[in-house]
Every structure is written in structure tokens, then in C-alpha cells.
Write a protein that binds this ligand. Structure first.
Ligand code: SF4
Length: 327
């Protein structure tokens, strides 16, 4: 896919901190990346590396505890961090929408599914109640819910996990957003349902020409769904690459570790070979190691990695890595 020159979303030097009684949590620490109209960008890394906080910072959905967000989040050239509450409310669910891992946390259990989808259309598309309800039924049909007319009158607890996720997608797409932030949208589902949800998202993305930021730790989904990948570790971007290049030639030891830990059926060189693991865990955002944050877990660590923070090295367009081996 050829990308237009101007990004739809530009994240520049994003910092998100939480001030807690135990100290300051630097959850996102200087993140940069772009998203282009119509593309699917993958944001990967282990739990706790700052992927979800990055997405929630874009829509300023971090209230508990209150977050301090700094940097620039340019959406169609306008800095979302300059908007007041009303300004960001107009963007949320309309221009940019979010799909969460567990739909029950975002669906209201005491409102019928149809009402919840219709609500966004009423507010943002200025539809009447009847128009919005018809639109909600149409959206349920689009996400392939059987019997959408009768299903629209049901409450979320009557839906299976897969159907709830489809309803969430219908809600997220109900205002034809330019950008969808999908945070582990299929992780809580069975593998077969996961595949259906992913192919549905891909199909609808193409129909609506939306862009998707797909947050996941599942590299199988990344390989299937995205054109470009941003790898995060301990609140920072450590590598970015077009998906094929990332799988063929991962440059950061962390990316190498992530890829080495997944089985590839049929790959000759994997026959009889043990899967690799990355030792240790992601450090707490309150106690990030000095130097390279990955050094306590890195199999290529050098003496200087413990003192020197690696700079971001730009290797080509959309190809960068933050590792002293490349510096
Ligand atoms: Fe490993 Fe050093 Fe590169 Fe960090 S800078 S990833 S510790 S080699």
C-alpha cells in the first residue's frame, strides 16, 4: 500500500506520568510515531511496556489516577493536548474511537445494545432517535450479528463474548472514525472467534478507509494484520519497521527475543530447536534501569549499555532502532 505523505496522527515526544503516593510512574517516556490514513499500525511489546497507556493518552482517557500528559499528539495537524474537555469529547467516538480488550468494561450493562450504538450516532451524527436506531441495527448487520433487529433490543449479558466484541466494533465504527485504537481486541476470545474478529476489523477498515493502531502482544496477529510495527519496551519505542522487514531482520535484541519466542510451523531451521525466552520481566516504570532499559535482560549486553542510554538510529524511512550495537 502506498502511504500518503502527511500522517493522520503524529505522536511526538509523548510522556505520560502518574503521580501516586508511592512516587512518580513514568508509564510512557518520550514516544514518537506516525499513523497514516488507511493503514494498520501494530504497537507491540509485553504487558506493562506502555502500549495501552499510549493509546489512552491519545484520547485522554486516563483519569484514575490523574495522568500528566506532555508532548504533542497531532491529529490532522491539530494538537489534541491543546483541546479542552468539550473539544476532546467531540473527537472521541467520532473522529477517533477505541476498542478495548474486554467489551463488558465499555458496554453499559443496563442499556440495550442498540441504544448504546445509537447514542454515539445521535450525538455526533445529529440523527433523530429513529434514524439512530435504524443506523444501530445496520451497524450490527455490518458486524455480522445474526438477527440484528431483535439483537439490538437485548442487553449485553445476552451476548456471547464474541458477539459483545462485535457490538463494541459496531459502536466504535458507528461514526465512521478516521482512526481506531484497538487494544488487544481479540485477546479474551477463543482462537477461532479471534480470527473472525480480526478479519472483520480488516474488512470494515477497508470499507470505511479508517486507520487502525492495533495494540497487541500477539505477533501472529501482527504478521497477519499490520503493514508497519512499532515495538515498545519500558515506556519507550525501541524499534520500528515495515512488518516484513521486522520479521526478516529484527535489529533490536528485544524484538529478536520476542520473535524467537514464537513457534513458526514448517520453518526448517526451527525443527528440533527450543523456543527462546527473554529472561526476567519488564521493569517497573518507577525503577527503570540506568543506561539501556533492556540491559538486565539483553543477551548482547555490553559494559557501556549499563551507563549509556541508546540513541534512536534512523536506518531508512520507517526503519529505526534504539540500540548501542547500531550506534
Ligand atoms: Fe542490548 Fe546494549 Fe542494545 Fe540495550 S543497547 S539492547 S543492552 S545491546
Amino acid at each position: 500500500m502506498s502511504e500518503p505523505a502527511t500522517p493522520l496522527l503524529e505522536i511526538k515526544d509523548l510522556h505520560t506520568r502518574f503521580h501516586t503516593l508511592d512516587g512518580t510512574v513514568n508509564a510512557v517516556d518520550g514516544v514518537d510515531f506516525d499513523v497514516y490514513q488507511g493503514e494498520t499500525l501494530g504497537l507491540v511489546g509485553e504487558s506493562g511496556c506502555g502500549k495501552s497507556v499510549t493509546a489512552l493518552s491519545i484520547l485522554q482517557l486516563l483519569r484514575c489516577p490523574p495522568a500528566e500528559i506532555q508532548g504533542r499528539i497531532l491529529f490532522e495537524g491539530n494538537n489534541l493536548l491543546d483541546l479542552d474537555r468539550e473539544g476532546i469529547r467531540k473527537i472521541r467516538g467520532n473522529e477517533i474511537s477505541m476498542i478495548f480488550q474486554e467489551p463488558m468494561t465499555s458496554l453499559n450493562p443496563v442499556l440495550r445494545i442498540g441504544e448504546q450504538i445509537a447514542e454515539a450516532a445521535k450525538i455526533h451524527k445529529r440523527m433523530t432517535r429513529q434514524e439512530a436506531w435504524r443506523w444501530a441495527v445496520e451497524m450490527l448487520r455490518m458486524v455480522q450479528i445474526p438477527g440484528p433487529g431483535s439483537r439490538s433490543k437485548q442487553y449485553p449479558h445476552k451476548f456471547s463474548g464474541g458477539m459483545r466484541q462485535r457490538a463494541m466494533i459496531a459502536m466504535a465504527l458507528s461514526c465512521n472514525p478516521r482512526l481506531i485504537l484497538a487494544d488487544e481486541p481479540s485477546t479474551a476470545l477463543d482462537v477461532t472467534i479471534q480470527a473472525q474478529i480480526m478479519s472483520l476489523m480488516q474488512k470494515l477498515k477497508e470499507e470505511f478507509n479508517s486507520a487502525i493502531v492495533l495494540i497487541t502482544h500477539d505477533l501472529g496477529i501482527i504478521a497477519e494484520m499490520v503493514s508497519r510495527v512499532v515495538v515498545m519496551y519500558a515506556g519507550k519505542v525501541v524499534e520500528e519497521a515495515p512488518v516484513k522487514e521486522l520479521f526478516k531482520d529484527p535489529r533490536h535484541p528485544y524484538t529478536q527475543g520476542l520473535l524467537g519466542s514464537i513457534p513458526v510451523i514448517g520453518r526448517k531451521e526451527q525443527t528440533g530447536r527450543r523456543l527462546q525466552e527473554i529472561p526476567g520481566i519488564v521493569p517497573s516504570p518507577m525503577e527503570t534501569p540506568l543506561g539501556c532499559r533492556f540491559h538486565p535482560r539483553c543477551h548482547k549486553v555490553m559494559n557501556r549499555c549499563q551507563e549509556q542510554e541508546p540513541p534512536m538510529i534512523h536506518l531508512a524511512e520507517h526503519r529505526r532502532v534504539s540500540c548501542l550495537l547500531e550506534a
